[in-house]
Design a protein around this ligand. Sequence first.
Ligand SMILES: [Zn+2]
Ligand SMILES: [Zn+2]
Length: 149
Amino acid sequence: MNETSPSSRSPAASGGCLCGAVTYEVNGPLRDVIECHCSTCRRFSGGLWHGSAARVGDVTIHDEQGALTWYRSSDEAERGFCARCGASLFFRRIGGDRLSIAGGSLNNQDDVKIGVRIFTGNAAAYGDWRSDAPEFEAWPPQHYFDIPE
Ligand SMILES: [Zn+2]
Ligand SMILES: [Zn+2]
């Protein structure tokens, strides 16, 4: 890793929650996304956690309404979400120097690509990216929304 002024080499990124109460700016490099299939990330995110990350010192969080809420999900880590809209935003280890940032919260999601998938041994059946489920670039035919009898 090159330690020479990384922030001068990388474009600033920004993002926020669904309702806009919590926004952030990153003035430094972003890590590629880690896709985590563990049960804690599934419950936190409601799906899969796609976490980019930045150095804590490079991130400025704007939260005038005090909507950002931290939930201590284990002895070692806590997770930040917007208490107004429910968006899952952040993960950090207690005392750590990195802030994991939900890839889906980035304003420009072209900034990051997937780097690794982890805890795939815990993956839900629906989380199997290797499946041959049909794909659509936008809305699928209506019957895909049907609930079985
Ligand atoms: Zn929000
Ligand atoms: Zn996880």
